[in-house]
Design a protein around this ligand. Structure first.
Ligand SMILES: Nc1ncnc2c1ncn2[C@@H]1O[C@H](COP(=O)(O)OP(=O)(O)OP(=O)(O)O)[C@@H](O)[C@H]1O
Length: 372
């Protein structure tokens, strides 16, 4: 194994920890379907917390509730003690950034520009300052560029700052998404399947990167189907099954839980020193889920139910499905997932020249939307 940092080497000691994220009783219903049911979850500073579960368990929906893309039907989400506003750009402003299950970059913008988009929320210059290019704006712009370059160095893409995002290999696009999320100076970052589609080496590098992010003082909540990755990375793991939290605990506790094995794992997961990874479910349902995951990664149809569920909400969706860490209006307008749910994509794709290829958090059928 190449990991040089691990859970035990966390630089933030428990004594100094504060509750960064506190989700209480979060429930999300789409019409008659309850995708998330009464989920409680906390993330403390200095922690990496994993969220796992079969396909359709409600993980992404829960993320969307945390980041203001969905307004939970019930429950409350607090960031550092304050109830989060129900809009994604305000959530980003508050200190939560995220990446998406399917990469959502501005393909025809450079790598540097993509990171600068993420920096937007921290630039407080007014319209006139920008239009007239006043000294304050120029200074802020220079600082943003400097910070963006620092982040590109952090993820190892500094030499590709001027490359178009679409020309990056897949693994680097995922890293770029993380850099863009970090550009908003979050206190908590939510990573939705950060290693999806990565080869083992890239996955190992992603693990290293996440440890480094944690060591920078940023709490991490991560969804992933790669169980070896999760159990090696996370201080705590919560398991969602059919929208409900089945169990939460350290890796050993979760791996050994009979219910988790039955519902999801199939067999105990070998640690990274062990021989196997157990994302292969044993029971039929879990097996189907696993196959679906692979298919979804390949064809990007995993969010189709969302799209189907709320066709009337697509227009609003175009304006709201900007990645939480991006928050700029341009992103919201241009956000046109290319590899996602077809019904949702079609309207967004119209005239979308900068086209983040991402899953689109669609409007719930409930109509309780935000961020429009
Ligand atoms: N906008 C929506 N409208 C209706 N149903 C939805 C919507 N979004 C999600 N769902 C449904 O909610 C359930 C949970 O979906 P979700 O995408 O959150 O699961 P997940 O655990 O993230 O799955 P995966 O691992 O495949 O990404 C699924 O049954 C899905 O079809």
């Amino acid at each position: 194994m190449t990991t040089t940092t691990n859970k035990a080497e966390a630089t933030t000691e428990p004594a100094a920890r504060e509750t960064v994220l506190d989700a209480r009783g979060v429930t999300m219903r789409f019409g008659g379907l309850t995708a998330v049911r009464d989920v409680n979850l906390t993330v403390n500073s200095g922690e990496i917390v994993g969220l796992i579960g079969p396909n359709g368990a409600g993980k992404t929906t829960f993320f969307n509730c945390l980041t203001g893309l969905y307004v939970p039907t019930e429950g409350e989400v607090r960031y550092k003690g304050t109830v989060l506003p129900p809009t994604s750009f305000k959530v980003t402003d508050a200190g939560i950034a995220r990446t998406f299950q399917n990469i959502r970059l501005f393909h025809n913008m450079t790598v540097l520009e993509n990171v600068l988009v993420g920096r937007h929320t921290r630039m407080k210059q007014g319209l006139w300052s920008a239009l007239l290019r006043l000294p304050g704006f120029k200074k802020a712009e220079a600082e943003a560029a400097e910070r963006a370059m620092q982040l590109l160095e952090f993820i190892g893409l500094q030499d590709k700052a001027q490359h178009l995002a679409k020309n990056l290999p897949y693994g680097e696009q995922r890293k770029l998404e993380i850099a863009r999320a970090l550009a908003s100076d979050p206190g908590l970052i939510l990573l939705d399947e950060p290693t999806a589609g990565m080869n083992p080496q890239e996955t190992r590098a992603a693990e290293e990167l996440i440890f480094k992010i944690r060591d920078m003082g940023i709490a991490v909540l991560v969804i992933e189907h790669d169980m070896r990755f999760i159990f090696n990375l996370c201080d705590r793991v919560a398991v969602l099954v059919q929208g409900q939290k089945l169990i939460e605990g350290d890796s050993a506790t979760v791996q050994g839980d009979e219910r988790v094995i039955a519902a999801y794992l199939g067999e105990p997961v070998a640690s990274e020193t062990g021989p196997a990874q157990a994302s292969a479910p044993a029971d039929e349902e879990a097996s189907e889920a696993s196959e679906a995951a692979e298919t979804d990664e390949a064809d990007g149809t995993d969010e189709a139910p969302e799209a189907d569920a709320a066709p009337e909400a697509e227009e609003a969706d175009e304006t709201e499905d900007a990645p939480a860490e991006e928050t700029d209006e341009a992103d919201e307008a241009d956000d046109a997932p290319s590899d996602e749910a077809p019904a949702a994509e079609a309207p967004a794709a119209e005239g979308a020249d900068e086209e983040p290829s991402e899953d689109t958090p669609h409007d719930p059928a409930s109509g309780k939307e935000n961020d429009a």
